[in-house]
Design a protein around this ligand. Sequence first.
Ligand SMILES: Cc1ncc(COP(=O)(O)O)c(C=O)c1O
Length: 375
Amino acid sequence: MIPYGRHSINDDDIAEVVAALKSDWLTTGPLVEEFESALEKVIGAPCISVSSGTAALHCAYAAIGLGPGDEVITPPITFIATQATAALFGATIVFADIQPDTANIDPQAVAAAITPRTKAIVAVDYAGQPADLDELRAIADRHGIYLIEDAAHSMGSIYKGRPVGSIADITTFSFFPTKNLTTCEGGAVASIHPELLERAKRFARQGLVRNPNEFKITDQGPWHQEVHEFGLNYRLPDILCALGLSQLKRLDEFKLQRSQVFDLYSKAFQEESAIVLPKKRANMSPMWHLYPIQVNAKNRRQIFDELRSVKIGVQVNYLPVHLHPVFNSMNLKGKFPASEMFYEREISLPMSTILTAVEIEYITSRVKVAISKCE
Ligand SMILES: Cc1ncc(COP(=O)(O)O)c(C=O)c1O
């Protein structure tokens, strides 16, 4: 099966991990800060590493003090971690529909969903293409609320000349193996506000306060540390930071390879009227995580099964989050038609840095065959 996403690990990556294994540190050692500094250079804002993209979102919501009674506005087309980590703080999940061309949250729908209880807008950069960050920023500023960007798909993407990570109040990343770079499991939280990053960091490190100036009880001795607010253990170990550091050096190469795959697909399908191709917006330089095509909804299952049967690992991203049974009590079916239509038509073709031109040729010809069988 040609996988829909796959990591690329080379000998340098392996050598860095082996060196870390032979060092004095396995968990929190010098490579953690080194990785975070290297990441900062790419994403344009200070950041902390954490153990997954889900952990990163949980930290982001902790940093803004999300709690019961607060509302967060989110898009249905995302992985459910975007919402789950907010719901676990007791916040109310509000949905705003997507724009059909990018599958990113629609700023007009966001504006219509704002209430006095809205605490944050959460944008997801679907497939690697940044959401309409300027428009969302303007709405957030007008209402004095936070803009959070779930950039699990878009590490390395550039929005109007600015790197993803340097724009929203808080940006979260995932380094899962199918993502744009990997640390096995892993993620990061970036913020343009030092105090928010500090809160995220404390949450990711068990809530421990180690700065004597902040102590609320008498310093008990050199071992003393204390907790003011609960946190969790979301640390990314040194060994995985070693892999991340090595992968970061390859990010430009990865971006180029992914855009070559994108271009080869788009060229092969340019005459295919039965396929809607992903569209790159002007002023965007996405690092493509997915290649999502849309086909006639009534044929999607047949095309999907046909491609799987010839060993092409297609995927569907995603079941709209409001349709998960966990939201049944909110009765939302039919309320976000652009998202539901996108879902019914979408198929993600394999996208990775290790796809060969021969594989792409095979995939595109098989997609055409599968479509012609439905006519
Ligand atoms: C949009 C989005 N957000 C968050 C996550 C969670 O990331 P992780 O798998 O690293 O926890 C993912 C992962 O698939 C994702 O696609």
